[in-house]
Design a protein around this ligand. Sequence first.
Ligand code: AMP
Length: 434
Amino acid sequence: MPAPSSPLKAVRGTRDLLPLETALWNRIEQTARSVFARYGFGEIRTPIFEATELFARGVGEETDIVSKEMYAWEDRARAQSEKAQSLTLRPEKTAGVVRAYIEHRLDESGMLQKLFYIGPQFRRERPQRGRYRQFWQIGAEVLGPAWSGADSALRDAEVLEMLATFLDELGVKGWKLEINSVGSSTDRPRYVAALREALEPVKARMCENCQRRADTNPLRVLDCKEPQDQATIEALPKIADFLDDASREHFAQVKAALDACGVAYTVNPRLVRGLDYYTRTTFEFTVADGRGLGTQNALLGGGRYDGLSEMLGGPKAPGIGFAIGEDRLILTLQAQAANAAEKKLDAFVAPIGVAQNAAALALAQELRRAGLSIEVGDGAFRLKKSFDAADKLARRMVILGEDEVSSGILTVKDFSAGEQTKVARGDLAEALRR
Ligand code: AMP
């Protein structure tokens, strides 16, 4: 008989989502569908795998994604009519959507295409909280021929305003929007050349990653988080000084439209993002919730990619898109819900014996009318059960037994201080408010 083997587990960086959790996933996806529909988006589903060349051309050979994170394999030909080819599990979706736009001649309608998607992506990254090898993105792309208005700053602002609405409707608290402009396809090379030149004399004292990127992809140096490199990076040339008049005007229009919609943002001149195809507006939404995401605090990112279609052999089709990290959205909502649960009720009123139930309800009524948040127990509970329930729900417990009712002196247990005190009924509301 073969030796019993240990049970198999999900592959590193992948995981199962079980019913308790999938309820939240579904809520997020339903909210996305409902919000995006209101902005005129329709769903697109593209294959999970594509030709490796699509990502090499569309995302860029020098990006981390293409150079080290892709799940690619040589797919054998099964028939004479087939050719062996290199295939890749999609690491992102924009390249696939633009490929589909070109393949299905979506430009022919002359209309703006507003497409959204929900699905898994695959990157061989180092797994950690908020970073997986199979992860989910909810994203959207707005693209079309230039005469459809696809390059208008209005579209950038519309997408950002839609994202703000989506996060607000989901109840994500404390999100922040950072924006930047990385310029047109002519501004960017001038900036990259200036960056390369400025890095030459200083790169030797930077971290290993920066040294490599200074040669291969100098823009990525701006992403470096190493504390000792920050002063050097701050002193490097800024992209804003390299924008031509048209890009500068475009960025000003994006900001003006966001101001008109009351969407708050900060301009982060270092926000260039990792992928090669970005032009002009780039953006990122983060949450300052250390418990939820730690260092992986980017909830979503995106930007404009006016030259991508042409890079993939298609017609000119300016566009803008974003991808939300759904896994990170889940972690954020879970952490924020836990924080909210910590904001406990002011008190739990625990009657001792069923005979005190009516008095307990009357006391709760009095305290609630005084503006306090109160839960009432049940005199049928044993004291231990009341204690446990009170500890979960409230900051304090008010014990109401026969003695307390007759004397008007109540026993108040404060869970965080671990103290028990006697309080006169008339002073109770004030004591609970403290
Ligand atoms: P990107 O496609 O790299 O621009 O990423 C867009 C968003 O997807 C990020 O802001 C993250 O929220 C999310 N994301 C990217 N990579 C991962 C990953 N390995 N695991 C989980 N979420 C990710």
